[in-house]
Design a protein around this ligand. Structure first.
Ligand code: CU
Length: 131
């Protein structure tokens, strides 16, 4: 764990000597994740908006109840999280460095609209519609 934090710090401070890298989400415990083959993959892509740094693509997806959704990390300059607005799942952090979490998968069992966000960047938002 410490080695991972040091690696993130090195990447962050050599690439972006500013704010986006301070958020290691200490004390956050990932929850709601699972493994398996996802029906839909959402990419976390770069976004050079200085307030967001990343974006969920596509930001809205539709799946059937019981399907899995995987978020895949493509952005490599800032940490992000996939955090349900209702707290039902949280990746805590994903980073594009060796040893970092680069995928996060959630099973959506109940119909509804599930909104999520990135804990690090308030402008990063998305939703999963479950039919
Ligand atoms: Cu983010």
């Amino acid at each position: 764990m410490l080695r991972r934090l040091v690696a993130v710090g090195i990447v962050c401070f050599s690439v972006i000597p500013l704010a986006a890298c301070h958020a290691y989400l200490p004390g956050c415990l990932p929850k709601g994740g699972t493994t398996g083959t996802a029906r839909v993959t959402i990419s976390i892509d770069p976004d050079w908006n200085p307030f967001n740094r990343g974006k969920f693509v596509p930001s809205s997806v539709t799946v059937r109840a019981g399907n899995l959704v995987t978020w895949s990390f493509k952005e490599t300059t800032a940490p992000h999280s996939i955090t349900a607005d209702d707290g039902s799942f949280d990746s805590c952090q994903m980073v594009g460095v060796p040893g970092g979490l680069t995928h996060f998968t959630v099973r959506f069992s109940q119909p509804g609209i599930f909104k999520y966000h990135c804990r690090v960047h308030s402008g990063m938002r998305g939703e999963v519609k479950v039919t």
